[in-house]
Design a protein around this ligand. Structure first.
Ligand code: CS2
Ligand code: MG
Length: 408
């Protein structure tokens, strides 16, 4: 069996997705997602210029050797661009494997460990009252878990992932449009004074059954993160995400030494080597890697297995940056992983997105039910794809009030 060709598409409804379709001489094709948020043309170029020419003629069933060929063989290893590109090929090869076997991917991993996987939604508000309304809407829809972000009174701009103005009644998605980044102003002291009380109010209003998550988005120093994690303990968070950038991983010890709040990290990691020490030293509770940026199903399964030995559960990244293809790969891993924790999930189910990526995965009452179709269980409509083209975007940048550049 041989790979006969591969095509790359960039674009999508309101969001650029990077999709690869790998064709074989058996008439079966596989799909992969290489979307790297706001840098989408780069993994597309890596695929087109370097990886695809080396794929043609290879046996698609040898997904392990192909992964090693692209990872070890490149000499310069890792990084989000290369790993997103390798990850997309790996997903597509697993998709082909599942279709050949006539089985949904979770069966090839070891079968189901659960019927449905708990997902969390993003509740957000310009102020606490709007945030409460947003949480209530998700609870009414049956969600069992929500991530909560709200504007901080007196902060010059709203804060991470919250609308600038009150009264919003829908899902809020950060505006990444334009090549020149927007600027947010951040004030750590105000955030640290306000947010613990707000989290406590949310817990009191919604009771103990709701899983409440909060994303600091890398904005605190290790000592501040330790103080914050300790102070929010009464709110009994399901997790505190990215309390401090995880580049200096020894700094994570400080949080552990001061608090039992569960810590979730990893959405910017690209390899096992970015997270193995955090896992082995049991400094985190949830590993947040994405199947895309972490290089595909092949390495992420290894990360999940290592995590399982150290009481670390999964909480794969599921921001709107991911197309339904990589989300499908995660749904299959979530159905299997013995140490599954939770899945981030944003309702992107617009008719346009569903038309581009027809899928049989079902979200109901805050639970994701994996498709029984062979392979990934998601398709890609090339005719629909012709409607879209690439539009450049950028992540906002963050500055402190005196102008110092800070972490988005
Ligand atoms: C966030 C992301 O989903 C999350 O937890 O941290 O939305 C993140 O801001 C984006 O993926 C950046 O591209
Ligand atoms: Mg995050």
């Amino acid at each position: 069996m041989k790979i006969t060709g591969a095509k790359v598409f960039v674009g999508g409804p309101g969001k650029n997705y990077v999709t690869i379709k790998i064709m074989t001489d058996a008439g079966i094709y596989g799909l992969g997602d290489a979307t790297l948020n706001n840098r989408e043309t780069l993994p597309a170029a890596y695929l087109t210029d370097y990886l695809i020419p080396n794929l043609i003629g290879k046996d698609p069933r040898r997904s392990e050797d192909i992964w090693q060929f692209f990872y070890r063989g490149a000499y310069f290893r890792g990084g989000p661009i290369a790993m997103a590109a390798i990850g997309a090929i790996d997903m597509a090869l697993w998709d082909i494997k599942g279709k050949l076997a006539g089985l949904p991917l979770y069966e090839l991993f070891g079968g189901k460990s659960r019927e449905g996987a708990v997902v969390y939604a993003h509740a957000t508000g310009a102020d606490l009252s709007d945030l409460m309304d947003s949480v209530a809407r998700y609870v009414d829809q049956g969600y069992k878990a929500v991530r909560v972000q709200c504007g901080i009174p007196g902060m010059p701009t709203a804060g991470y992932a919250v609308p600038e103005t009150s009264g919003g009644a829908g899902d809020f998605i950060t505006d990444f449009s334009g090549i020149t980044p927007k600027t947010e102003i951040w004030d750590t002291d105000r955030y640290m004074r306000y947010m613990p009380g707000a989290l406590m109010e949310i817990r009191e209003r919604f009771g103990h059954e709701l899983k409440i998550l909060h994303d600091v988005h890398h904005r605190l120093l290790p000592r501040e993160a330790a103080a914050f994690a300790k102070e929010v303990e009464p709110a009994r968070l399901y997790w505190l995400e990215d309390p401090t950038p995880a580049e200096d991983q020894d700094a994570l010890r400080l949080i552990r030494q001061h608090s039992t709040t569960p810590i979730a990290i990893g959405e910017v990691f690209n390899s096992m080597w970015d997270c193995n020490k955090l896992i082995e030293n049991e400094l985190i509770d949830f590993i947040r890697v994405a199947v895309t940026y972490a290089g595909g199903i092949t390495p992420v399964k290894r990360i999940v297995n290592l995590a399982g030995f150290h009481h670390v559960r999964t909480g794969f990244h599921g921001a709107p940056s991911h197309s339904p293809i990589s989300m499908a790969a995660q749904h299959h891993l979530n159905a299997w992983a013995p140490n599954f924790g939770i899945q981030e999930y944003l309702v992107l189910g617009t008719p346009a997105c569903d038309a581009l990526f027809p899928s049989e995965h079902v979200m109901q009452d805050g639970m994701m039910y994996v498709s029984e179709a062979p392979g990934l269980g998601v398709d890609f409509d090339e005719g629909e794809a012709e409607k879209y083209e690439f539009t450049a975007g950028s992540h906002p940048i963050v500055r402190l009030q005196d102008g110092t550049l800070w972490n988005y």
